[in-house]
Design a binder for this molecule. Structure first.
Ligand SMILES: Nc1ncnc2c1ncn2[C@@H]1O[C@H](COP(=O)(O)OP(=O)(O)OP(=O)(O)O)[C@@H](O)[C@H]1O
Ligand SMILES: [Mg+2]
Length: 211
C-alpha cells in the first residue's frame, strides 16, 4: 500500500503480513509512521492506494495512541462501559471494572477526574471485554505504573492471538515480541526474531527507548 500526507510519503509500496501467533513490534523514530501503520491496519485510516485485508475470522482489538482522550468526560466509568456494551448486564460490567482495578465506588468516578493510568485501564477493559484474537496496540503502557504494566505484560504473554504493537518500553518489547518491523528512512526492515534477538543481531536498541 501507499500512504502520503501532502508532500510527505509515509509508505511507498509497503507489503506486510501478520500471521497467526506472530507478535510484531513496530520500531522507528518519532514520525516514522508507526501509528499510521496501526491506523491503516485497524481501519482508522485508508491507504491512498493498495489494500488492507483482514482474514475472515480476525477479531481485532485496537488501542490507539490517543485512545484515552476519546473517553467522554462527563460519563462515569460504569456508564462508559455501558455505552460501549449496551447489551451487557451491570453485573458483568462491574466485574470487568473490578478486574481492571476499579473497586467499589470507583466505578462512579467521572472520566474527567481519572488519572492517566485509570483511563488507560478503562480503555483496556473495553478492548478486552469481548476477547479479540488480534491486538493492535499503540503505546499502551505510557500511563501505567510499574505494577500495572507488569500485570499487562503477564496477561498479554498468555494471549494466544496475533499482536502488532508499538512500545518504547524495553521489558514490554522483549517479553512480548517474536517479530520486529523496523521503519527506517530507507524503508521497512523485517526481522524474523523477537526484540531480544534483534538487539543481539544488530547491536542496537530501539530508538526512543524508555526504561
Ligand atoms: N492526519 C495527518 N495529516 C498530516 N500529517 C500526518 C497526519 N498523521 C500523521 N502525520 C505525519 O506523518 C508522520 C508519521 O506520523 P505517525 O503518527 O505515524 O508517526 P509515529 O511513528 O507514530 O510517531 P511517534 O513515535 O511520535 O508516535 C509524521 O510526520 C506526522 O506528522
Ligand atoms: Mg505514534
Amino acid at each position: 500500500m501507499h500512504k502520503r500526507y501532502g508532500e510527505r510519503t509515509i509508505y511507498d509500496g509497503l507489503d506486510f503480513q501478520v500471521r497467526r501467533r506472530e507478535r510484531w513490534c513496530v520500531m522507528g523514530i518519532n514520525g516514522a509512521g508507526k501509528s499510521t501503520l496501526l491506523k491503516l491496519i485497524a481501519g482508522a485510516s485508508e491507504p491512498d492506494s493498495g489494500t488492507v485485508t483482514r482474514g475472515p475470522s480476525v477479531k481485532m482489538g485496537y488501542f490507539a495512541q490517543h485512545a484515552m482522550e476519546l473517553l467522554e468526560a462527563e460519563r462515569t466509568v460504569l456508564q462508559s462501559l455501558e455505552d460501549s456494551f449496551p447489551q451487557a448486564g451491570q453485573a458483568a460490567l462491574r466485574a470487568l471494572a473490578g478486574c481492571f482495578g476499579f473497586s467499589g465506588d470507583e466505578i462512579e468516578k467521572k472520566c474527567r477526574v481519572l488519572s492517566g493510568g485509570e483511563k488507560a485501564r478503562l480503555v483496556m477493559a473495553k478492548m478486552l471485554f469481548d476477547p479479540p484474537n488480534f491486538l493492535v496496540l499503540d503505546e499502551p503502557t505510557n500511563h501505567l505504573d510499574i505494577a500495572t504494566k507488569q500485570m499487562l505484560v503477564e496477561a498479554l504473554s498468555r494471549f494466544e492471538g496475533a499482536m502488532l504493537f508499538v512500545s518504547h518500553d524495553r521489558h514490554f518489547l522483549a517479553a512480548l515480541s517474536n517479530r520486529v518491523l523496523e521503519l527506517t528512512p530507507e524503508g521497512p526492515h523485517l526481522y524474523g526474531g523477537g526484540y531480544t534477538e534483534y538487539v543481539e543481531r544488530t547491536g542496537q536498541e530501539a530508538p526512543g527507548l524508555r526504561t
